[in-house]
Design a protein around this ligand. Structure first.
Ligand SMILES: C[S@@+](CC[C@H](N)C(=O)[O-])C[C@H]1O[C@@H](n2cnc3c(N)ncnc32)[C@H](O)[C@@H]1O
Length: 220
């Protein structure tokens, strides 16, 4: 097991891992493989189940630190949230999700994780979680909505600290099914740039996800 250049992400052969939090020893979130190395417990991070793992496997470098505060939009049942929680062990993950059914599962899968703060809310209205969330180091979004760029911008401008970074997982078909994926990505990038965000990287998630692109932005 070797550390990678991304804090908290490890590699063995061609698989990536995060180290399970001490409070969650022995437990899995989505039946992922657990491996032990020098008395430490690592959870396999499956790029076919998590777009962030797919993006990292395809070369994305993210600036998470062990004490980072992450605003995570579209938390679903906690698959990726749990790995982010392993990484920012001394920080916080504000896990925003608008489906009560998904949130119930998230509470079950991530309830023991001391650094995950579940927020049942619509990410279209960031002002509704203003009493819970404050200045974050990173905004991560995976919501598959037509107005995903708009949702991302409003959350970035409200909560991301200056010099922070954000990742937007773009699902081309959610933007407009009649558009070619390349055109949909172009439109999203233009919208983010027009708002003053700098596009640092764009990476296709093939072969792990079809017609998905990750966009890494910075905010000055
Ligand atoms: C593709 S899934 C996210 C998967 C998750 N990021 C993972 O890797 O484990 C998208 C999630 O976003 C949620 N969602 C969609 N629109 C939303 C909104 N406006 N506000 C908050 N959550 C939203 C959906 O309910 C769904 O659970």
């Amino acid at each position: 097991m070797k550390a990678t250049s991304i804090t908290g992400v490890y590699k063995e052969k061609n698989r990536i891992y995060t180290e399970n939090l001490p409070c969650c020893k022995g437990s899995t979130v989505y039946n992922e493989r657990i491996v032990y190395y020098r008395d430490r417990e690592f959870r396999s991070w499956n790029p076919y189940r998590s777009k962030l793992a797919a993006a990292i496997s395809n070369g994305l470098k993210i600036s998470f630190k062990t004490d980072s505060k992450i605003l995570y939009l579209g938390a679903a049942t906690g698959t990726t949230v749990s790995h982010v929680s392993d990484i920012v062990r001394d920080g916080w993950v504000y896990a925003v999700e608008n489906s009560p059914v998904a949130m119930k599962k998230l509470l079950y899968t991530c309830g023991k994780r001391h650094n995950v703060i579940p927020v049942l809310a619509d990410a279209n209205h960031p002002e509704r979680y203003g009493s819970i969330v404050s200045g974050v180091d990173f905004v991560y979004q995976d919501v598959s909505q037509r107005n995903q760029a708009e949702i991302f911008k409003t959350n970035v401008f409200r909560y991301l600290k200056k010099n922070g970074e954000g990742v937007l997982m773009v699902k081309a078909r959610s933007i407009d099914v009649s558009l070619k994926p390349k055109k949909a990505y172009e439109l999203v990038c233009l919208e983010l740039e027009d708002a003053g965000l700098k596009i640092e990287r764009r990476i296709d998630l093939h072969p792990y996800d079809k017609d998905h692109m990750v966009i890494l932005v910075s905010y000055f």
